[in-house]
Design a protein. Structure first.
Length: 276
C-alpha cells in the first residue's frame, strides 16, 4: 500500500505519534463536553494556543483548515442566543425568538466551546498521516488489525472519488448526455460512482485477502508472508511512543484540569446533566 507524501512541517508536535495527538484532543474535549459554561471553555482555549503554535502549520494553512470552525462557532452562538433556554432578564422577544440573560450566557459558552474543542482537534490531526495513525492504533492500542487495515485502505481510496467523478463527467460529456438535465445528470453520476466504488472495494478486499491482510496468524502461508515465526503479525514500521508523547498527553490533561478548576472556583461550572 503506497504512502502518500505529506507536507513537511517542522513544529515540535508534528512529528509525534498520532495516538498521542488523539489522546490529547480527547483529554481536552472531555471536560468541555461535560459542562456548558464560558469560563472553562475560554480558559481551555487560551491554554491551547501554545499547542496550536507548536503544530507547525503555516498561517494560511491554519486559517484554511479551521475556517469551518470559525464560521460554525458564531452561528451556533447566535442560534442559542435566539432560541436557547430562557432565564433571568428578557432583553427582546418576538414570536419564537426570545433573547434573555440566560440564553446569552449559553450562547457565549457555546461559542467558546466549539472553538476550544474544534481547533485542537483539527490542527492536531492535520499533521497526522493515516498510515502512521493505523500503525499506532494497531500496535499501541491493540485494535484489531483487520479493522484498522480495512479502514486505512478505505481512507486511501477517498482521494480517488474526485478523480472518478471528473472522469465520469468527461465520459458523459463525450457521449453527449451531459448538456441538459442537471439534476438528472448528478443523480446518474452519483449512482454510477456508487457502483464503481463497490466494485473497487470488492477488488481491493480480494487483493488484501490474497496478500494475507485478513489473516489471524493461524495459517501457514500467512505466517510466511505477513506474520512472524510465532504467528504474530509483523509491521513494516514500528510505532514508537516515548517521553515526548507522554508530555503531550500531560499537557492535554493539564489544560483540562486547569479549565475545570477555574470553572469550579469561580462558580461557573455547569454540569451538562444538571439544570442549565
Amino acid at each position: 500500500m503506497t504512502r502518500v507524501d505529506t507536507p513537511v512541517r517542522r513544529g515540535p508536535i508534528a512529528a509525534l505519534n498520532p495516538v498521542a495527538k488523539l489522546g490529547a484532543a480527547l483529554l481536552i474535549a472531555l471536560p468541555l463536553v461535560l459542562t456548558i459554561d464560558p469560563v472553562s471553555a475560554a480558559v481551555a482555549l487560551v491554554l491551547e494556543l501554545p499547542l496550536l503554535l507548536a503544530a507547525g502549520l503555516r498561517w494560511r494553512e491554519f486559517w484554511l483548515r479551521t475556517v469551518p470552525i470559525w464560521i460554525a462557532a458564531p452561528l451556533a452562538g447566535v442560534t442559542i442566543a435566539l432560541y436557547g433556554a430562557t432565564s433571568g432578564e428578557v432583553y427582546a422577544e418576538w414570536f419564537v425568538v426570545r433573547i434573555s440573560e440566560g440564553s446569552l450566557m449559553l450562547a457565549l459558552a457555546t461559542f467558546f466551546r466549539v472553538l476550544a474543542i474544534g481547533l485542537p482537534a483539527v490542527v492536531l490531526f492535520v499533521t497526522v498521516d493515516p498510515t502512521d495513525l493505523a500503525d499506532g492504533l494497531a500496535q499501541l492500542l491493540k485494535l484489531p488489525a483487520r479493522f484498522v487495515l480495512g479502514a486505512l485502505a478505505g481512507m486511501r481510496l477517498l482521494g480517488l472519488l474526485t478523480d472518478d467523478w471528473r472522469a465520469l463527467a468527461l465520459a458523459r460529456r463525450a457521449r453527449g448526455v451531459a448538456d441538459t438535465g442537471r439534476v438528472r445528470r448528478v443523480v446518474g453520476m452519483a449512482f454510477a460512482l456508487f457502483v464503481l466504488s463497490i466494485r473497487r472495494g470488492s477488488t481491493l478486499a480480494t487483493a488484501m485477502e490474497a496478500r494475507g491482510f485478513g489473516g489471524d496468524g493461524s495459517r501457514t502461508w500467512a505466517r510466511e508472508s505477513r506474520f512472524g515465526g510465532d504467528g504474530s503479525r509483523t509491521w513494516a514500521r514500528e510505532s514508537r511512543f516515548g517521553w515526548r508523547e507522554w508530555m503531550l498527553l500531560a499537557a492535554g490533561a493539564a489544560i483540562s484540569a486547569t479549565a475545570v478548576t477555574v470553572a469550579v472556583r469561580t462558580g461557573a461550572w455547569n454540569f451538562i446533566l444538571g439544570p442549565v
